[in-house]
Design a protein. Structure first.
Length: 107
């Protein structure tokens, strides 16, 4: 596996240890790479659940592909869009909100 070269600010984001972090940057700036490296670091350094929200399905799928084998961590990692997260919450807990059937969600 090759070493990923990160700029100092990217390395600071990957190494941030004081809680959650919001990464906002322009297209092509390396957001997906930085977030993927951060997720990999968290997977290896904590047993906590990890939530990574992206704007597009494409970015979410790319992150999952870069992270690699998710079998051992599926129960503590969600990577996807806001809409995907909401759908998962409704599917898993919709009955507690009074939904007899899960509504159809169109992305």
């Amino acid at each position: 596996m090759s070493k990923i070269n990160l700029s100092p600010i990217q390395q600071e984001i990957v190494s941030f240890e004081r809680g959650a972090i919001l990464v906002k940057a322009s297209a092509g700036s390396g957001k997906t790479r930085v977030l993927t490296e951060r997720i990999k670091k968290l997977i290896n350094t904590t047993k906590r659940k990890i939530l990574a929200i992206t704007f597009t399905n494409k970015a979410g799928e790319e992150m999952k592909e870069r992270i690699g084998n998710l079998d051992g961590i599926k129960n503590r990692l969600f990577v996807g869009t806001f809409h995907g997260l909401c759908q998962q919450v409704l599917e898993n807990h919709g009955q507690t909100t009074g939904f007899a059937h899960i509504p159809h969600i169109f992305e």
